[in-house]
Write a protein that binds this ligand. Structure first.
Ligand code: SF4
Length: 342
């Protein structure tokens, strides 16, 4: 059994690309086959990321009241559940949150707003915050501000944004079942703009929304075709009052197979064990680090996580190290990475 996955890992380590049939075989494996699969695919993680774990810290900088109708999202104006509603934070609040993220060992700080796309005044304020963060705090900066126009992407790049998040969410075939106010192609176009303007892309999706194995494979390979830099793999944590309130059906072992498949298809990329980690992987969540090299810490946009201390303990208990930047990067220079013991 383990020979099968070790043979696959050998081929991938030798430079082969994961094929669709192999992806489907991984997703369709039994629970008993999954631990040997993780151990084999962990060799790819170790090749490209050693035993380092990147901590990403999210800031929900503008919450609720979003005009879009993404079925998983409690911040949509069509969702009926309870959610915080507040306008864009001040520059000072965003800078102080970045400082706290760095103090928590954050490798990347991500400013997120609930929106179809940024308005002019919001974008100007976020760019000012990013300039301050880049000048004062040694942490990479990501923004997630919805759909972008070319001039907006240029402004973010000029302000110093390293990476822009915009997920494809699900397979193209299913996108219209999840969201009707914008299209899959709209999302792809924003990812292309991010690349054209010299930023890294953070682009992944959510599993547990009623999709089949073929849909997960389609999403995974669409991300490979786009050559995205970073892949957050979210697991649906159904929110009250959303149209996906009753969805999910994930098990911890299925989540682990999904993560292993994403690593196998994207050996060198930043594959993140993202939202829904705690509630879906439950007691098996440490095993996700065998194939994923990054996590969100200190919770998500609208739901709490297990907390920074528990995340650090989990990383330490698994024998991994937190990856951080060392000191402010001079303007124009690539930041240096170091691994620290937790
Ligand atoms: S665009 Fe973003 S904030 Fe708005 S409903 Fe969709 S996921 Fe939620």
């Amino acid at each position: 059994m383990s020979d099968r996955w070790n043979d696959l890992a050998d081929r991938l380590l030798a430079g082969a690309r994961l094929e669709r049939a192999e992806a489907l075989a991984m997703l369709g494996a039994t629970d008993a086959e999954t631990l040997p699969m993780l151990q084999a695919i962990a060799r790819l993680r170790e090749r490209h990321h050693g035993r380092r774990v990147r901590l990403h810290v999210l800031l929900n900088a503008k919450s609720g009241m979003c005009p879009e109708d993404c079925g998983f999202c409690s911040q949509s104006s069509v969702a009926a559940g309870p959610v915080d509603r507040y306008p864009l934070l001040t520059v000072e609040e965003m800078v102080e949150s970045a400082r706290a993220a760095r103090a928590a060992g954050g490798w990347k700080f991500c400013i997120v707003t609930s929106t179809r796309g940024p308005g002019d005044l919001e974008l100007a304020r976020i760019c000012e915050a990013v300039r301050r963060i880049k000048a004062e705090i040694p942490i990479r900066v990501c923004t997630s501000l919805g759909l972008l126009k070319p001039g907006q992407a240029a402004m973010l790049k000029a302000a110093g944004v390293d990476r822009f998040n915009h997920n494809l969410e699900t397979a193209e075939r299913r996108f219209g079942e999840i969201c009707t106010t914008h299209s899959y192609e709209d999302r792809v176009e924003t990812v292309r703009l991010v690349h054209e303007h010299g930023m890294e892309s953070c682009c992944g999706g959510i599993v547990g929304m009623g999709e089949g194995d073929g849909d997960i494979a389609d999403l995974c390979f669409a991300l490979r075709d786009l050559d995205v830099s970073s892949i957050p793999v979210n697991f649906l944590n159904p929110r009250p009052g959303t149209s996906l309130e009753g969805a999910n059906g994930l098990t911890p072992w299925r989540c682990l197979r999904v993560l292993a498949m994403f690593r196998a298809a994207h050996p060198a990329k930043d594959v993140r064990v993202a939202g829904g980690r705690e509630v879906n992987l439950r007691s098996l969540q440490p095993l996700a680090l065998l194939v994923g090299n990054s996590i969100f810490t200190n919770g998500y946009l609208t739901t709490p996580g297990q907390g920074e201390d528990a995340d650090r303990r989990m990383i330490r208990d698994m024998g991994y190290e937190i990856e951080v930047e060392e000191g402010p990067a001079p303007a124009g220079a690539a930041p240096r990475d170091v691994a620290i013991r937790v």
